[in-house]
Each structure stands twice: as structure tokens, then as C-alpha cells.
Design a protein around this ligand. Structure first.
Ligand SMILES: [Zn+2]
Length: 180
């Protein structure tokens, strides 16, 4: 190989487009991008935001970005359900030490996603959270013991139900697809 080629700066290892990233992947990419900590959104900034997202994704590499975004989603889900594990909290703090920046990146990504297209693959990936140390709600069994009252009944039913954190919910769109 000619020496001149060897001297060229390395090209980015990933070629990625905004539409190929889920909302959480966009947020994580913004977190590792050059976006200033105190960035405030202004109308007309869309091209700038897209360039930061692509920069972050390129910097991190897609495989790492997918994994960290899935773990971030898993943490958020567990947080909403008030069942975050100690392992999740530790790993989350280590991965994203700047909490305010992470929240800001999430807000900015949501603004981007209001207007930007998203591929079906990215949407699917966005629905597959991962959990440090396994699902904190069902410990990997995929089901949890629940009690509920059916309409018209005045007594409790009890039994195992699919875990709402880690099992793939049947979306309305998928139900239509199955019925068609
Ligand atoms: Zn679970």
C-alpha cells in the first residue's frame, strides 16, 4: 500500500443515517457528541442536531450505541415501575455520570423525533430494552405473580402474567397485522 494512503486520517467506522436510530439511540448519541451541556433548542437547529447525533453515533460505534441505548431504556422502564436494581443504578451512573446532560439529551432527541422519520428496524430496536443483571421485575422468568379483579367480579383473581418490563408487548399495529 502506498505510504500516502497510510497517512490518510481514519474514516468513520460507521455510516449511519438519522432515520436508522431509535429515539433513545439518538439521545445517547447526543450525550457523547459535542452538544454543549447547556444547549437550548432553537427553531431551525434541526441540521445541527442531526450532525451531533451522527457525530455521537460515529464516535461510539453502532453496536455499543445499540447496547447502551437498550440498557438506558431498561433503566427508564424500571425507574417508572420503581424497581431499579442496585446493579442497574451502579451501571447507569458509571455509563452516564452527567445526569443533567443525559436528561437534556433525551429531551432534545424527543424534539428531533417529533419531525424526523424512523425506520421500522429502529422502532423495533427501541422496543427491546435490556437490563443490567437481568430484568429486575421477574428475574428473567418473563412472568410475574399478580392479583386483579375482573369486571363484574367482587373477588381477586391471581396468577402469573407476562412481565410488563421485559416481555414484548403486542402493539395495536401488530394486532392489526395479525388480524389482516
Ligand atoms: Zn421481566
Amino acid at each position: 500500500m502506498p505510504a500516502t494512503l497510510m497517512a490518510l486520517p481514519s474514516v468513520p467506522s460507521v455510516q449511519v443515517e438519522l432515520k436508522d436510530l431509535s429515539n433513545t439511540e439518538r439521545a445517547v448519541a447526543l450525550y457523547v457528541s459535542d452538544m454543549p451541556d447547556r444547549y437550548r433548542y432553537r427553531r431551525g437547529d434541526d441540521a445541527l442536531l442531526e450532525s451531533w447525533i451522527i457525530q455521537g453515533a460515529t464516535r461510539m460505534g453502532l453496536e455499543t450505541l445499540y447496547r447502551l441505548a437498550a440498557l438506558r431504556s431498561g433503566f427508564q422502564l424500571a425507574w417508572v415501575e420503581e424497581c431499579t436494581s442496585a446493579e442497574q443504578k451502579r451501571a447507569q451512573a458509571k455509563r452516564f455520570p452527567k445526569t443533567a446532560r443525559l436528561n437534556r439529551a433525551g429531551q432534545v432527541a424527543s424534539i428531533v423525533s417529533l419531525h424526523a422519520d424512523m425506520s421500522e428496524e429502529a422502532k423495533e430496536r427501541g422496543c427491546r430494552p435490556q437490563f443490567d443483571g437481568g430484568c429486575p421485575a421477574c428475574e428473567g422468568s418473563g412472568q410475574v405473580w399478580e392479583q386483579w379483579i375482573d369486571p363484574g367480579c367482587d373477588w381477586y383473581q391471581a396468577g402469573y402474567q407476562p412481565c410488563s418490563l421485559c416481555t414484548d408487548p403486542v402493539t395495536p399495529a401488530r394486532r392489526v397485522a395479525v388480524a389482516a
